[in-house]
Every structure is written in C-alpha cells, then in structure tokens.
Design a protein around this ligand. Structure first.
Ligand SMILES: Cc1cc2nc3c(=O)[nH]c(=O)nc-3n(C[C@H](O)[C@H](O)[C@H](O)COP(=O)(O)OP(=O)(O)OC[C@H]3O[C@@H](n4cnc5c(N)ncnc54)[C@H](O)[C@@H]3O)c2cc1C
Length: 400
C-alpha cells in the first residue's frame, strides 16, 4: 500500500471497471487521483472471473476477466492514477471528507470530488428463505469464482445452481472449469431471467433448466448432501454436494448508510442527476452501485462519462445542483429508474438516458412532456428512454 495523501483532487472508492475507467480519464486530465480498494488486489469483480467475454468494447479484444482487470489497472496507472489496495472507506463526510481504514489505522482524506464505484453483490442465502440445515458448500457465484479461479480449488463435484440470470450461466461455466457438473439450474419463475438464448449453453453442457421450481430446503450436516425441490404440487429430493446461489444483485451500499447522501429506496443506490452527481455535490457515483445490475462494459463507460462530469465540475462547469428537478416514475410495474433528478443542462450528460428497470413483463407507452416512447420488455432487460430537459413525471399506459 502506498501512503495516502491528506488532500487530493479526486478520490475513487472501488476498483472495478467503473472506478478504473474513471481513474484513467481523470489521470489523463492531469488531476491528482487516488483510487481506494478494500481487497488486496485491484480489479473488482472481473479479477475473480477466469472466463470471457470481457473487453471487446474497451480493448477490441475478447478476454477473460482477470486479463481484463489487469489491462484496466495498467491503463489507469499509465495515466498517473494512484491505486491503494487493502484500504476500506468507512465513512463519507460532508463535502468530500472521507475516512479510510487500513493497516495504518484510520485516516481522513479531503478530496475536491469523490466517485463512489463500489459495485453490487449477489443476495446471499439468508434473505431467500430457504429452509433446512446450514452446511458448508452454499455460496454465491462471486465466492465460487474466487475459490476456482484465484485459489484453484474444486469446492464440489455436482452442485445445483439457483437462478437463471447471466451470472447463473457464469456459475455453470465456473463449475465446468473446476471439473464439476451442475445437476440443474433452478428458477422459480416460468421463464428464465436472462434471455432464453443464453440458457442454451448450460443445456448444451448437460445442465437442464428447471423452471417454476424452488429450493425448499438444503440438507447436510457439515457439507451439503442434497436439496428438496418443489414445483406446484410436486416435491422431490436431489442428491448434490453444493448450492450456488446466484444473482438477485443489490448495490453495495453499506457505505451510504453512514452518510447524509440521499438514497433511492428503489435502486438502493444514491440519488443522482444526469451527471452522476449525488445530493452532496462533492460526491458522484457510477457503475453497479447505481442499480442492479449492468455489464462490465456498461459500467466502464459510465465510469468514464461520470469522470468527464467530475472534470467539468472541478472547472466550475456544472450547473447549481439546487436547481435540479425530480424524475418520477411511480407506476407499479416499474421497479426503479435512473437518474432520479435532472439538473439544467450545461455540459454533456454522463447518463445519456433515463434507464428503467421493470418489476414484471410489460408493454406500455411512456409519455413525458411532449415526448413519448413505446416499450415492450421484461425485468432484467436494459430499457433506455431519451433524457428529458428537466424534471418530469413518466406516465405509463399499458398496452396489450
Ligand atoms: C460472477 C460474475 C460474472 C460476471 N461475468 C461477466 C462477463 O462475463 N461479462 C461482463 O461484461 N460482465 C460480467 N459480470 C458483471 C461485471 O463484472 C460487473 O458488471 C462489473 O464488474 C461492475 O463494475 P463496478 O465497477 O460497478 O463494480 P465491481 O466490479 O463490483 O467493483 C467494486 C469494487 O469496490 C470495492 N469496494 C466496495 N466497497 C468498498 C469500500 N467501502 N472501500 C473500498 N473498496 C470498496 C469492492 O471490493 C470491488 O472491488 C459478472 C459479474 C459476476 C458477479
């Protein structure tokens, strides 16, 4: 760990694609930028992930997550960004005064701007109300990937995978890499969460997708020995030696609880305007902290765009945040939307669209101001609407 400064231009919290992309752009602009990462190695989620596809948008090459993370780090440091690892940010004070914990103890850093890029994490077993015992061998995809790709371990041979998101496919691939064969992907809904086409790969690898099925209980004394599955009236036991609990991402927002920053209860991330600027204008946010959940290239680009907004802000080029107006989307089928506020336009927005997450499949016309757009989509799909000029109430009229 390099020593931390007492003051700096920009402090970035989190070294995933969003934080590293921002660090490169801010460093390139000649700013004194310091990136803080609580793990011992920088790189965020991708550095745990041995499989592709990462990197096409960023480097015009498809690569595994670990190579991708290394390239992002090399780029950020080549532009003069300072990366500090094994450093946890523990408090976000008003006006960019950040408390940091490391093996040197607690320290305070005063930054002119702070970018929060702490990402998202999968929902663990406990809040999913799965019954049974609590043996070892139940883990998220992130933990599985650390064991397999970083520690070169094989935690099990025949697990089941709970979920049908893209990350669930990633879990199947990770198991295969460890020479384990997942017995099934289990999805409570009638349809897979990811696009149906993405589920052909697990099926081609011999892992069936069981729809409308739930894990009622996990069994085993010290290690998983089996699960009880239910589907409608049917109830049956499957012998297995692991359960990978995938997806249902939530922004990594623990830090926000220590602050006065306004938090959106629907995204569970900070409230931001189109510049990625939080309710305290010294703070900005980008990447999966803003919403669950986007791909690495999306987070990477968002990091760069918000970094450009920070550069404008430090040059006095962003409008007064007190002039911002709310974007509202109170329709029941809408789970969340982003940005939550629109400031008067002065420079190019970092978030170029209003992004919407649905709670259920929906076909609707969205009207706002003079504009309207048609959408026909499902939860976990990317939905983008043109950015309005000011505050607006998004009105949804469902169509059949
Ligand atoms: C298992 C898995 C497989 C995936 N596979 C793909 C894929 O193949 N292709 C693809 O495009 N996307 C993939 N993704 C998604 C992609 O990895 C994420 O979208 C991307 O990493 C998000 O970037 P981020 O910068 O927002 O955050 P992250 O990559 O999550 O990084 C956030 C960082 O912040 C750090 N942090 C958090 N809190 C603090 C704190 N208080 N102090 C200091 N540091 C902190 C964390 O340790 C972490 O390193 C995958 C995701 C998972 C979970």
């Amino acid at each position: 760990m390099t020593s931390l400064p007492d003051i700096c231009d920009v402090l970035i919290v989190g070294s995933g694609p969003a934080g590293l992309a921002a660090a490169a752009r801010l460093g390139e602009a000649g700013l004194d930028v310091h990136l803080l990462e609580r793990e011992t190695v920088a790189g965020g989620i991708p550095r745990h992930c041995g499989h592709s596809p990462y990197g096409w948008r960023e480097f015009r090459r498809v690569m595994g997550g670990q190579t991708y993370a290394k390239r992002l780090i090399a780029r950020a440091t080549s532009f003069g960004a300072h990366i500090h690892t094994a450093v946890s940010v523990t408090d976000l004070g008003r006006g960019g005064r950040v408390t940091v914990s490391s093996n040197c103890g607690l320290q305070t850093v005063q930054a002119r701007a702070v970018l929060l890029a702490t990402g998202a994490r999968e929902t663990p077993r406990a809040p999913r109300f799965i019954g049974g015992t609590k043996p070892g061998g139940v883990m998220n995809t992130g933990a599985l990937q650390s064991l397999v790709y970083l520690n070169k371990e094989r935690p099990f041979r025949k697990p089941v995978v709970l979920g049908s998101e893209l990350v669930s496919v990633s879990a199947v691939l990770t198991c295969r890499h460890a020479r384990a064969k997942p017995l099934a992907m289990i999805e409570a809904n009638e349809r897979p969460t990811t696009r149906r086409a993405a589920t052909w790969l697990p099926r081609a690898l011999g892992t069936p997708l069981l729809l409308s099925t739930q894990i009622e209980a996990i069994h085993g004394r010290t290690w998983v020995e089996g699960v009880t599955l239910t589907s409608g009236e049917r109830r049956w036991n499957v012998e297995c030696d692991g359960v990978v609990v995938t997806g249902a991402f939530r922004p990594e927002n623990a830090l926000l609880r220590t602050t006065e920053l306004e938090v959106d209860p629907r995204t569970q991330g900070p409230v931001v305007d189109q510049y990625g600027r939080c309710s305290d204008p010294a703070y900005f946010a980008a990447g999966n902290l803003l919403r669950p959940v986007e791909t690495a290239p999306w987070c990477w680009n968002e990091g760069r765009m918000v970094a450009s907004a920070i550069i404008s802000a430090l040059a006095g080029g962003l409008p007064d945040p007190s002039l911002s107006e709310p974007v509202l989307a109170g329709y029941p089928g809408v789970a969340w939307h982003l940005p939550q506020r629109i400031s008067p336009n002065s420079s190019a927005p970092a978030l170029e669209n209003v992004q919407i997450g649905l709670a259920r499949s929906m076909a609707a016309t969205v009207r706002y101001g003079q504009a309207s757009a048609n959408l026909r989509s499902k939860p976990a799909r990317r939905i983008l609407l043109p950015l309005p000029d000011g505050g607006v109430d998004l009105k949804f009229e469902e169509t059949l």
